[in-house]
Design a protein around this ligand. Structure first.
Ligand code: NAD
Ligand code: MG
Length: 394
């Protein structure tokens, strides 16, 4: 039986993964090693019982008593905290879903690769902060990383049987998020609730707000570079409000291979779960005649400064990705807490990048897990200082 684990099981990607696992036979078809979650211990416990997991892990120590109570008598082990997440990643498994949100998802996935485990990677932050490290670790241990982000799964599928050397460009699409049709002057006053509702995709709150600001696409541009090893100038972003074409790959002969599908993450998750087979998935089939037309437009650079920053980060290299992601996470925390406005997020990230690259040269030095973590901590601290200054000015 295939041994599987799901990190971030209680999140949006985690729930979709659980749904597919249960539809594909649940505990009769899979041996579930570990399931992890955060504060929603009741849901984590229910999933662990349904899949008869070996261990359920909450990220938070103070949630352990509740998790233990919820799993009493089940024979399922419980644990809590960062070290327990690593311990869970070190348990032998054949396939691991990495679906924790944020840089916290890096360490468990990194550990799993050391055991040659196939890593289904939804946590894009892993590649943004430590892409070269992750790819090298996978190569060293003969482990596979399968993309779960919809755009990257689409590119991966378009590349089956192709030679990456013949790829001229990769185009990833963006819906434009919640505010794509808002006038610019209204954006400054956009609320957290308004930014948390996506026109096409049902996702966790953080990635939904990142979609409205295009920080999500900025992370995905870097993810594309790290995953496919393609030069930054060959990566394009195209606004496509319908979210039906997920990505296109352009080849040397001018051909463009597009991937279309309903905006349902179970498509990308299922592809990574069943790969290299294509098993039936419970996703809606597109009726293109009913849809009638698809539209595309170039992203407006004034509206989406995050995209420009992504290319600057790629030019810097080194730990710039870690600084970028951490500053973005801190700015997002600030926006959610009501400390800064929607448009200030990009300003905070830009200020942090400028300060850190003039201070220590972000692109320099060998990349290691330690300096990624250290850069992450520095960028978060600096972002909080910048946000404090911005509040004082305002
Ligand atoms: P989510 O917020 O819905 O769920 C996050 C999960 O991680 C939860 O189980 C939560 O308990 C856990 N978690 C949160 N903080 C943690 C921490 N510090 N330590 C350990 N666990 C923690 O997020 P999501 O929308 O499912 O996204 C998960 C990842 O997948 C993100 O990296 C996101 O960018 C990526 N992704 C999501 C979608 C989507 O449709 N939701 C699409 C593409 C990529
Ligand atoms: Mg995506």
């Amino acid at each position: 039986m295939r041994r599987i684990s799901v990190f971030g099981a209680t999140g949006s990607i985690g729930e979709s993964t659980f749904d597919l696992l249960m539809r594909q036979g649940g505990p009769e078809a899979y041996h579930t090693v570990a399931l992890t979650g955060g504060r929603n211990v009741a849901r984590l416990a229910a999933m662990a019982r349904a899949l008869r997991a070996e261990v359920a892990v909450t990220a938070y120590d103070d949630c352990l008593p509740a998790l233990r109570a919820a799993l009493a008598g089940s024979g399922i082990a419980v644990a809590a905290g960062e070290a327990a997440l690593i311990e869970a990643a070190d348990r032998p498994a054949d396939w691991i879903m990495s679906a924790i949100v944020g840089a916290a998802g890096l360490a468990p996935g990194f550990h799993a690769l050391r055991h040659g485990t196939t890593l289904a990677l939804a946590n894009k932050e892993s590649l943004v902060t430590a892409g070269p490290l992750l790819m090298a670790e996978a190569a060293k241990h003969g482990a596979r990383i399968l993309p779960v982000d919809s755009e990257h799964s689409a590119v991966f599928q378009a590349l089956v049987g192709e030679d990456i050397a013949e790829v001229e460009r990769i185009i990833i699409t963006a819906s434009g998020g919640a505010f794509r049709d808002w006038p610019m002057e209204r954006l400054a006053r956009a609320s957290v609730a308004e930014a948390s509702s996506h026109p096409n995709w049902d996702m966790g709150q953080r990635i939904t707000i990142d979609s409205a600001s295009m920080f999500n696409k900025a992370l995905e541009v870097i993810e594309t570079r790290e995953y496919f090893g393609i030069a930054p100038e060959k990566i394009e972003v195209l606004v496509h409000p319908e979210s039906l074409v997920h990505a296109l790959v352009g080849f040397a002969d001018g051909a463009l291979m597009a991937h279309l599908g309903a905006p349902d993450m179970r498509h990308a998750i299922g592809y990574a779960l069943n790969w290299p087979r294509r098993d039936p998935l419970p996703v809606a089939r597109l009726d293109l005649a009913a849809i009638g037309a698809l539209s595309f437009r170039a992203p407006d650079p004034a509206r989406y400064p995050a995209l420009r920053l992504a290319y600057e980060v790629m030019a810097l290299g080194g730990t710039a990705g870690a600084a970028f992601n951490a500053a973005k996470e801190a700015a997002l925390d600030g926006f959610i807490a009501g400390e800064i406005g929607f448009l200030q997020m990009a300003a905070v990230v830009e200020a942090v990048l400028a300060e850190m690259s003039s201070r220590q040269g972000l692109g320099n030095g060998a990349l290691s897990l330690d300096n990624v973590m250290q850069t992450d901590a520095e960028a978060r601290a600096l972002a909080r200082v910048v946000m404090g200054q911005q509040r004082t000015v305002a």
